[in-house]
Every structure is written in C-alpha cells, then in structure tokens.
Design a protein around this ligand. Structure first.
Ligand code: FER
Length: 371
C-alpha cells in the first residue's frame, strides 16, 4: 500500500513537471535599436482555444447559425493564433514612414524592463442606447492626472463585446503600446475598447442579417455623442484629432472606415484591420449586405479635413473577409480618397493581422508626430 502511494506520488510529480515544461515562459535576449542596450524579454506562451477554418470563396452561402458559440467568439478577436513570435519581424527597427508587414519582436514581447498597464472595466450612460454600457480601458502603468494622454478607440469584431480584446493575451495590445511608449516612439496612450453593438433593445443580438447588424452601424452615434464625451470628462486625456485615434478589427474595421468617412475631422490617425464586408452592397458567404452607402459615395466629402494617417490592411490568407478589404482600398482609390493599403503576408483573420495593424498605426503616428 505504502509502495503504491510512493509510486503514485512519483508519477504525479513527473506529470506535473512535464506540464510545467510546456507552459514555461520562453526567454529571449534581443537588442533594442533605440538604446543599444541588451534587454531580456519574456514571451509568455498563452495559446488557447480552437482554430476555425472557413473556405475563402466569394459567393457561396453558408448557414452561420450552424456554427457553435465557440466558433462565433473567434470572429470577435480573430481566429486563435499561437503566440508565435518567430513569425514576427526580427530585423532591426528603424523609425520611418515605411510599413513593416510584421510587428517587430521588440514591440510585441513582454519585456522585463517595461511596466505595462492593465485593462479595467467601467461604464457610461449612453443616450443613444438609453442605457448604461460597458467599456474596457487600458491606462498606462503610471497613469497620472498630472499628465494628459492621447486615446485610441479600438473596435472589436462581430459577436464581440468590450472584453474581446482585453480577454485575449495573444493580441499583445498592452505590450505593443507599452513598449513603443517605453522606447520613446509614441506618447503613453490610453486604449478604450467599447462594446460596439449600440442597440437600445437588450433583447437584440448580432447575427448575419441586415437588421441585426444595424446596431453596429449605429455605434458612430454612441461613440461620438456618449462614449467620447464620457472618456474626455472622466480621464486625463488630450483631445482633438491629433490625439484621437481609431482602429478596429473585422466588423470593427468596417465601422472604423465608415466612421472615418463620416467624421474625418474627429480622428487624426486611423487603422482598419481585416475590415468586414457591408459598407457597400454585396453578397458574401454569410449574407447579402444592403450596404451603408453606394460605391460612388465611399469617399471623403469634398473639402473634408482628412486623417493624417488612414491605414487599411488585411492578411493575404484571410479566410473570413477574403478580399473585401482590398476592394475597399480599390474603391477609395477610384474615388480619390487617400489612404495607405498593405497586405500582411501569410496572416489569416487573426492576431497576426491585429498586431501588424496596431503596430503600423503607432509607427505612422510616431513618424508623423516627429516630422
Ligand atoms: C460578413 C463577414 C464577416 C459580415 C461580418 C463579418 C456582417 C465579420 C467578421 C468579424 O467581425 O470577425 O459578411 O457581415
């Protein structure tokens, strides 16, 4: 009996040690181009969740209702990706106005020399939705009322909410913004992640049909009339378009483009990552879209104050929105509306696209503000 207990104990210890090994943080030593000093960086390995694969074909119909709730959650922040820093750019970082396809490793790594902010949750009253609504907010680690900070509003994908980005460690948002600020490229920046489903009916839920998508298109009103005034009154923020940034992923990318075209005077720096279809009429594998505007209307108004930076990007292997972001780029170009378009080689509808888009937005901000 005693022998058995000892054997069991040894087996348990071996199993526990093996489990620890697979989760052990990987230590890497890199040189930061900015300081020339050696920095030890820890890349946590937090990959979890399932991968969904969908065919990337234009017009085939698909019953979205058949997808499980686990599959649906992957729309909001993207298909789960391994925390694969090897896919990141390891070349030396030099600030320029060039696009880097991948976020450099020094900016997405969790570094011991940097203090990162943590997401917290708060609420505001939305007159648009006639109810209290939630948002997640990432304040800099040493946030102080004595300083003022620019703000990035970051919009989630379909079926998401204000926790979609804050709940996914693999998007590296706090690392990218924290590292770029710590290295002196950008100012310390507040990131606000709202719930983009702006409905006054608590029973209404998102789905792949035009009626169910209207609250996403209504978010422009909630953002401009309710959330932005709330953030500007509650936190110590810099205001005005130079200090107000907008970015979004997928459904959030679609609304980012829509809001930017409608209110370009409000946002100086914008990035739409893997933007979903439906700004203009179309039919994809999920639904037939009425469109928010005609193709000829997809442009900035004549004489409008334009964003300093307006990026549209997408992975070359996006299995959810396919080539729709490229079509937006082509339409805007045909309609004479300036923007930066780039493709992220090998990225799917996933965090590789999100990391690349956010990094390049901040890189463009850094370059533009030091000009
Ligand atoms: C669609 C394809 C993709 C669509 C929305 C999405 C509303 C959004 C995907 C995401 O947010 O991840 O046809 O229609």
């Amino acid at each position: 009996m005693k022998k058995k207990t000892i054997m069991f104990f040894i087996a348990f210890m071996v199993a526990a040690l093996c489990a620890c090994g697979t989760n052990a943080a990987q230590e890497q030593t890199v040189e930061t181009s900015n300081s020339g000093e050696e920095t030890t960086m820890t890349a946590e390995n937090n990959s979890e969740g399932s991968t969904i694969t969908t065919e990337n074909s234009g017009n085939e119909t698909n019953n979205a209702a058949e997808q499980s709730s686990e599959d649906l959650s992957s729309f909001a922040t993207g298909i789960a990706t391994e925390d694969n820093t090897a896919e990141s750019d390891t070349t030396e970082f030099v600030l320029s106005d060039e696009i880097d396809k991948r976020c450099p490793i020094i900016f997405e790594a969790n570094r011991k020399d940097v203090s990162y902010g943590e997401f917290t949750h708060d609420t505001y009253y939305s007159g648009t939705c006639e109810m209290e609504r939630g948002y997640s907010i990432l304040l800099p680690a040493d946030y102080s009322e004595d300083k003022k900070y620019p703000v990035l509003y970051l919009l989630h994908g379909i079926f998401g909410d204000e926790y979609s980005f804050s709940g996914d460690k693999n998007n590296k948002i706090k690392e990218i913004v924290g590292n770029m600020a710590a290295d002196g490229f950008i100012e310390e920046t507040i990131v606000v992640c709202p719930n983009m489903y702006a409905t006054s009916n608590p029973e209404q839920k998102p789905a792949f049909d035009n009626e169910s998508c209207l609250p996403y298109d209504n978010f422009i009103n909630d953002l401009v009339n309710d959330l932005m005034p709330h953030i500007e009154s509650k936190y110590s923020v810099l205001t005005g378009r130079e200090n107000t940034y907008l970015a979004g992923f997928s459904m959030g990318g679609r609304e980012t483009i829509y809001i930017t075209l409608q209110r370009p005077e409000l946002f100086g720096y914008v990035c739409a990552i893997s933007a979903a279809p439906g700004i203009v009429p179309t039919q994809d594998k999920f639904m037939t879209h009425n469109g928010q505007m005609a193709e000829s209307e997809m442009k900035f108004a004549d004489g409008a104050t334009l964003p300093n930076v307006f990026i549209i990007c997408c992975g070359t292997r996006d299995s959810v929105v396919g080539t729709y972001p490229k079509q937006y780029h082509e339409l805007l170009e045909a309609n004479g509306s300036d923007h930066i378009w780039y493709e992220i080689t090998g990225a799917d509808h996933d965090n590789n696209a999100i990391k690349s888009g956010l990094f390049n937005l901040f890189k463009q901000i850094a370059y533009d503000k030091t000009k």
